[in-house]
Design a binder for this molecule. Structure first.
Ligand code: AMP
Length: 282
């Protein structure tokens, strides 16, 4: 695997590939890689693409009081994992390479209607930061395919919209959530959970499943169901941020006419913020 840290080395490496018939598949990450990330890499490799992973802890998507400093970083072991998986190229720039030495970026990508609720409510600039860095990576790498996890469902929808609205000719792939046996969705942030918190953390997915079951059984009192779910998470020791039953396309709170739903949830365990979701058809 080739590792590059500058845009010019990245462009140079990809130029050769672009002249061949090979398709380029992109897997953007913030590192501290786990099986959820590696499945994305494997999906690109399975399609015989020249597979480019990126590792960049993007400061634009962290709020002032968020965990940018404590975000787990493990570049050397990430490199080994990517290498073992068969990844072709790693782009791991630093902040000044991405945004200029004084962080001088003045342009941003925003997808307001999809970004304002759920995670966007608690993290107002988060999706602007995500959409901006993804736009830059799309322009730098010019991938034919891009791989994202459905664990970040709201993010996936935003990227899907961004690709359509800005005319990127990129085929987007959304891959299913990879979970521990306990049901807890794999996340880089899980490594910041204490052993006690790790025992509580699966409650988030359990609650999502219970709520999905209630809805499948015909309960359409969505707002009451959401409220009950938050109470139950609190009782289990989590501090719910949101628990919203939504239309899976618009991400607006669901009403009785909606048939394809997603239940989006985020909850704190101490300082660690976990997100998860389930989709369902009624
Ligand atoms: P991150 O490093 O957290 O920015 O994640 C990079 C990519 O991996 C995103 O597209 C995430 O949605 C995806 N991802 C992270 N965790 C999981 C998981 N447990 N299952 C599937 N995809 C995941």
């Amino acid at each position: 695997m080739l590792t590059v840290t500058t845009k010019s080395d990245l462009r140079q490496a990809l130029q050769k590939i672009r002249l061949s018939d090979e398709k380029i598949g992109l897997v953007p990450t913030m590192g501290n890689l786990h099986e959820g990330h590696l499945r994305l890499v494997r999906a690109a490799l399975a399609e015989r693409q020249y597979t480019v992973a990126t590792i960049f802890v993007n400061p634009l998507q962290f709020g002032k009081n968020e965990d940018l400093k404590n975000y787990p970083r493990s570049l050397e072991s990430d490199k080994s994992l990517l290498e073992e998986t068969g990844c072709d190229l790693l782009f791991a720039p630093d902040n000044s390479e991405m945004y200029g030495s004084a962080g001088s970026i003045k342009t941003s990508t925003i997808v307001p209607s999809l970004a304002q609720n759920h995670c966007g409510k608690t993290r107002p600039k988060h999706f602007e930061g995500v959409a901006t860095v993804v736009t830059k990576l799309f322009n730098l790498i010019l991938p034919h395919h891009a791989y994202f996890g459905l664990k970040d469902f709201q993010q996936y929808r935003i990227i899907e919209q961004l690709i359509a609205d800005l005319d990127f000719t990129i085929q987007l792939h959304g891959l299913p959530i990879v979970r521990e046996d306990s049901g807890l969705a794999l996340s880089s942030r899980n490594s910041n959970l204490s052993s006690k918190q790790r025992l509580i953390a699966p409650a988030l997915f359990q609650q999502l499943q219970q709520t999905a079951k209630l809805i499948q059984q015909g309960n359409q009192e969505f707002r009451k169901v959401e409220k009950d779910a938050k109470h139950s998470l609190k009782a289990k020791g989590m501090m719910p941020d949101y628990f919203n039953i939504c239309d899976a396309r618009s991400l607006e709170l669901a009403s009785h006419n909606d048939k394809e739903l997603v239940i989006l949830a985020a909850a704190f365990l101490g300082d660690v913020r976990l997100i998860d979701n389930v989709t369902l058809k009624i």
